[in-house]
Design a binder for this molecule. Sequence first.
Ligand code: URA
Length: 431
Amino acid sequence: MTPNTFGAHLDAPSVIRTKRDGGTLSDAAIDWVIDAYTHDRVTDGQMAALLMAIFLRGMSGHEIARWTAAMVASGERFDFSDVGRPTVDKHSTGGVGDKITIPLVPVVMACGGAVPQAAGRGLGHTGGTLDKLESIAGFTAEITKTQIRQQLRETGAAIFAAGELAPADRKIYALRDVTGTTESLPLIASSVMSKKIAEGAAALVLDTKVGSGAFLATEAESRELARTMVDLGREHGLTTRALLTDMEVPLGRTVGNAVEVAESLDVLAGGGPDDVVELTVALAREMCDAAGLDAVDPAQTLRDGSAMDRFRALIAAQGGDLEAPLPIGAHSETVTAPRGGTMGDIDAMAVGLAVWRLGAGRSAPGERVQFGAGMRIHRRPGEPVAAGEALFTLYTDTPERFASALSELDGAWSVGDQAPPTRPLIIDRIT
Ligand code: URA
């Protein structure tokens, strides 16, 4: 045991044992372990053991608040109150086919908001906005605070890797991704809110997913997650609210990296799948309301091309070339309908895992993802299907991945005689 700057004698094995045995971590232990891990004085192995203990034992409300505050304090806290427009952001708790940030940010820009969006990479079976946007030739999310501020003033948004914001989360997030510790309410709430509190927007809208493709298994847990995050935001002076939204089936007709950018461009061009448009507009309305913006109807910005213009300006500001073709996996495999009928539900988790196996996500920290890996969903639940028709097309650059991806899809969809029950996309609003 060595004395540390937190005035106590703390060491990683004792902190791990406390949580492993179902105890409560003291404020000093939380502050110490987050600081020590950020500065490499606690190893990945020790933090992985602690994360698993938290996963299994949970955390009290007070522990979650302290863990979040310690992660915020691990890095810089931005202040963008001087950019000349109301600042507002959104964050999703993670879904399958969840490309909503891509059309949503330019819609809010077109409505007069400024969006400082600290975005993430893929986590578990869910895709990450940065991995998707980096499939655009030249696009970079590694931008400086000066550039972020300049873009917020001149262009109206910046989408960036969290960098110096909550560096403890960056390390813990990458470790959770490869240690089976993503699906934990305290770890999700603290991860999301530490980045968002540090990022300096005045208002935040959370898209909390419910269903098979969400990290938490039940609606009750997702509600509790939303409540916890809204309260954490408020405690840190951030106007925060949440929507609970359906994630039983993938969003839209594409899942992967570049394929989701292509679908987002369809939405910005005034088309695209109904569910992607509905959720984009609903979240934009919440963001505008939270930011006090009421002059422009978000839906109108998709119809009149103003959101597309803002997207082009944003991507250009970050070095991206939208004229360059988007990558698509060199190899493809198609799943066809064994019979005619109506498409049943498609399990979002299975699709997320299949796309991850195709190479769209990581199995080791820092691994390169395949931008062209992904899946097209040709028939959505409730749509008519003819025997032999293509239902899914899978893409990858490494065809040896098809077998495991296809086995994830086994039993994850069906064609039947009746349409599956319909569910509302927007389940509830938590304020
Ligand atoms: N998004 C995050 O930033 N962190 C999580 O843990 C889940 C979703």
